[in-house]
Design a protein around this ligand. Structure first.
Ligand code: PEP
Ligand code: MG
Length: 557
């Protein structure tokens, strides 16, 4: 079977299909005299579930993401409207408690699903989760469907959420395959950072595999092989052994400086999404963090993070990086994701709507809180800040002005801070690349975000697997924009980094160095592989650089 390879590496193991057990409701209606006991049963079970969630938040959830999801579930269950509605269904319609819960949540999920919007689709899965949790409590059925996941198995699921990737990874599984999903989703990015072989979007996967099948997951090609013949198994065992040797080889590169064979130094940094990833950043001796996505503090929260809360997070990571730099990216979310917190209207096309820097400029109180926290956390002077979704130099002027106001207010309030905060623009919208000469003059560095640059240049949704074939990072249009950005940055005597996923795809590394990129920022799990490639690049014997780039491009295509 074939799917989309998300994370490289081969895994051979037995299939374990993981899905939520179906909950059967036998008693659908009640008699009049059962109303009161049924409502009491609701209140008891509700308290039990809320208590269970508290226990999970305090004792089991190991990441902030997990905690946030659980807190959202708690909020849904504590909503007075929800409680009123269930009681009404029992009282007026004479429905059993389990039927009332089912009907209530099915309605809500349907409403969200019909909205055809990423954020609401995510919300609907929260409601599904909550319904499942409450129903399994009422029906006295177990819900920990990951409990029996065995080590080294190949996990098969319909789809997977980012927080679940972290959970299954902790179970030491061999590989992960899903019937749905896309290459650039956050689940996929996390799997990549963990070097977990993973293939997504495999049509009819669940129909074609069964528990206990011996399968091969080829994360390098996207092939999933069922009932492999002896010969093929032997071949893949060979590949697996080579990969183990390669991993050992990569470990030896940790202390070697990242430099091409013809002597060009390429700074090699890490991308992180959550503070817990710092452990891996340090273990591969990354030259700091080139992209710290700060969204995890904002998405799915019941309130905005305070300046102090943010300050603590930034300071701790900056200390972990020291003496290398930490590059903090200010929030990059669509208005849809912050709608509950900021009272934002629903947008039909959030990718082209008020997201990234646009949100920050529109809600400058939120932006200022983040900027001040960054200024204050920059105790050792190793923090830089960069801004997502810049589309013109005017936004940089506005940002500079707000930063100035933040400095004045911090001084007024007698707060300690390091004034020389370096700023960078992310180049991820074609208009920013085209006007990068103007933007570069106003910045201390640029960072090319190819995930979005490819999406916006080629008009192809990065999360829509049905148009995957159009998502071509090496297309002439994208390469010209990268080249243009590099030239303009160098003319302005500033460095240019690349922090999109393209930077950690083997086939593009030589090409990107040829195009003049100075710094790479990649998932820490891929950093040593990227370094290995950099160490092999040699432009010395090239007749001309352009010719060399042309050859590299032919290899890519
Ligand atoms: C990018 O767009 O390339 C990028 C690094 O940002 P994100 O993936 O967070 O949109
Ligand atoms: Mg982006």
């Amino acid at each position: 079977m074939k799917g989309i390879s998300v994370s490289n590496g081969v895994a051979i193991g037995r299939v374990q299909i993981v899905s939520k057990p179906k909950l059967e409701i036998s008693k659908k209606a009640i008699e009049h005299h059962e109303i009161e006991p049924e409502i009491e049963r609701f209140e008891e079970n509700l308290q039990q579930v809320l208590g269970d969630i508290d226990h999970l938040i305090e004792n089991i959830a190991h990441s902030k993401d997990d905690k946030d999801i659980l807190s959202t579930h708690k909020m849904i269950l504590q909503d007075p409207e929800f409680i009123k509605k269930i009681k009404k269904l029992i009282n007026n319609e004479l429905l059993s408690l389990e039927m009332a819960i089912k009907i209530h949540f099915t309605d809500i999920v349907e409403i969200f699903n019909n909205m055809e919007n990423d954020y609401f689709a995510q919300r609907s899965s929260d409601y599904e989760d909550v319904a499942y949790r409450l129903l399994s409590q009422v029906l006295q059925q177990k819900t920990d469907f990951l409990e029996n996941v065995a080590e080294n198995t190949i996990l098969i699921m319909e789809n997977i959420s980012p927080s679940l990737v972290t959970k299954v990874f902790a179970k030491n599984i061999g590989g992960l395959c899903t019937e749905k999903g896309s290459k650039n989703s956050h689940s996929s990015i996390i799997a990549r950072s963990m070097n977990l072989p993973m293939i997504v979007n495999i049509p009819d996967l669940l129909k074609n595999v069964k528990n206990g099948d011996l399968i091969i997951v080829d994360g390098n090609t996207g092939d999933l092989i069922i009932s492999a013949k002896e010969e093929l198994l032997l071949k893949y065992n060979g590949i697996l052994e080579t990969e183990i040797l390669e991993k050992e080889h990569l470990q030896k590169l940790i202390d070697i400086p990242s430099e091409t064979r013809d002597g060009k130094r390429i700074k090699l940094m890490s991308n992180i999404e959550i503070p817990q990833e710092m452990k891996q950043v340090l273990s591969v001796k990354s030259e700091g963090v080139g992209l710290f996505r700060t969204e995890f503090m904002f998405i799915g929260q019941t309130k905005l993070p305070s300046e102090n809360e943010q300050y603590e997070v930034y300071r701790e990571i900056a200390e972990g990086c020291y003496p290398e730099d930490l590059t903090i990216r200010t929030i990059d979310v669509g208005g849809d994701k912050l709608s509950q917190l900021l009272n934002i209207e629903h947008e039909i096309n959030p990718n082209l709507g008020c997201r990234g820097i646009r949100i920050s400029l529109r809600h400058d109180e939120v932006f200022k809180t983040q900027i001040k926290a960054i200024y204050r956390a920059n105790i050792k002077g190793n923090i830089k800040v960069m801004f997502p979704m810049i589309s013109s130099v005017g936004e940089i002027h506005k940002v500079r002005q707000i930063m100035q106001e933040c400095e004045t207010e911090l001084k007024r309030d007698d707060q300690d801070f390091y004034p020389n905060l370096k700023i960078g623009a992310m180049i991820e919208i074609p208009s920013a690349a085209i006007t990068s000469d103007m933007i570069a003059k106003e910045c201390d560095f640029l960072s090319i975000g190819t995930n979005d640059l490819v999406q916006y240049t080629l008009a192809v949704d990065r999360d829509n697997s049905s148009v995957e074939e159009y998502y071509q990072p090496s297309s002439q249009a994208v390469l010209r924009l990268i080249r243009m950005t590099v030239r303009n940055a160098h003319k302005a005597k500033i460095k240019v980094a690349i922090c999109g996923e393209m930077a950690s795809e083997k086939k593009y590394i030589e090409l990107l160095i040829g195009l003049g990129i100075d710094e790479f920022s990649v998932s820490p799990g891929r950093l040593l592989m990227v370094k290995n490639e950099i160490l092999n690049v040699n432009f010395k014997d090239a007749e001309s650089l352009d010719e060399r780039i042309f050859c590299a491009l032919e290899e890519v295509e």
